[in-house]
Design a protein around this ligand. Sequence first.
Ligand code: PMP
Length: 451
Amino acid sequence: MSVLSDYAKRTPGSKEHFARVGAMIPAGATRSLNSWPPYPVYLDRGAGGTVWDVDGNAYRDFLANYTALPLGYADPDVTAAIREQLPHGTSHSFSRALEAELAELVVARVPSLERVRFTGSGTEAVMFALRLARAHTGRPLVAKAEGGYHGTTDDVMISVRPPADLAGDVRSPASVPEMRGIPASRTRETLVVPFNDVAASQEILRAHADRLAALVLEPVLGVGGMIPATAEYLTAMRATCDELGILLVFDEVITLRLAYGGAQQAYGVTPDLTTMGKIIGGGLPIGAYGGRADIMGLLEPRGGTDVYDSRSGGPALYQGGTFTGNALSLAAGIVTLGKLDAATIDALNRTGDLLRRELTGVFAAAAVDAVVTGVGSLFNIHVGPRRVEVFRDVRAVDAARQHAFFLGLLNHGVIVAPRGMGCVTTCTTGDDVAAFTAAVRLTLHDITEAG
Ligand code: PMP
């Protein structure tokens, strides 16, 4: 049976829902990634490592809300902590004491954090961190990596264009806005460097050094294909930023789960500022940014009336966000981080290692070119390329086959992202890994047959 007809047979309820919701919500989904042809699957509920769609199909979920749920769905301890907060109000006008507890947890774990501020999302965390970097250095530009994903503000939605032959020379990438509506002029304020290419990145940073406030990097390119940085690259970027007076920002929204103190601890490279999100909110909306006390000190103005900085007389740097620091996100985050001790993180990473090993074996014997990237509990399956070592390699993905693979996996009861991203959680068992591997093998067969 073909992938598409099997999909249609299993998901009539989702099809019907798509017709209803598509009349109101463009593409039938608020998160654009959650809409795909011919129509998306709509979920009903989740528990542990399993979710069920509106048709009652069960799926082993290897995406866990894009890596945000390291304990899987509806962890009993997280659920109890949320329930405990509920009768006392969900968000409040003034700060809750709970904020200190989550701050203590992250500051104790992450090497670069002397001070921290919470935000409503990872996107906001990056936005505030880059603004802070500009305020601290007095410089107007920021730099990011090709394929780096840092949320959806104009600042960071700049990369090289597909396909690879339009991306330009690595020493002068042909950067473009990644979305409509972002002025092309933003490419002059956000520079792009080739991830993992020390010499070319240094050359670009040096050429603009006196105007560059920050270099923001994911220690592992996440949405860009789960490509780990080499230790050499991060070490060299740390040294180059020091030499040029550029602040180094690590975006650990995804990678915080890789080690007790995040990827920066695993790599032994300490940035000036760090952005976080996802796991620190235990499944509820959150973000955070923090780092050196002297830089974070720029956020000291107090109160809504203090919009001018008493030292400089210029505008102060202050932060808003109605739901930031809400009681439910804090409570869920505190319990989640408490459960993610070093041994638990090690176990997660070992499960991820096993999964990638198994998949590598499957791909070696497959008729279709495919490869798995990633590290620790994170992975990405790319259909089309034979190797993915730098972001430009991801452009070799066979988009039609990758999509057929995604739908085929759904047919076999497994969820990864449409572009192949995934992760394991504390709910992922050996049985799940075996089932996943079997589903991948079957799906590769299905998509080969479909041509
Ligand atoms: N940075 C990175 C590295 C991310 O992966 C993401 C989200 N996938 C973000 C920032 C944005 O976070 P949020 O979706 O919470 O705004």
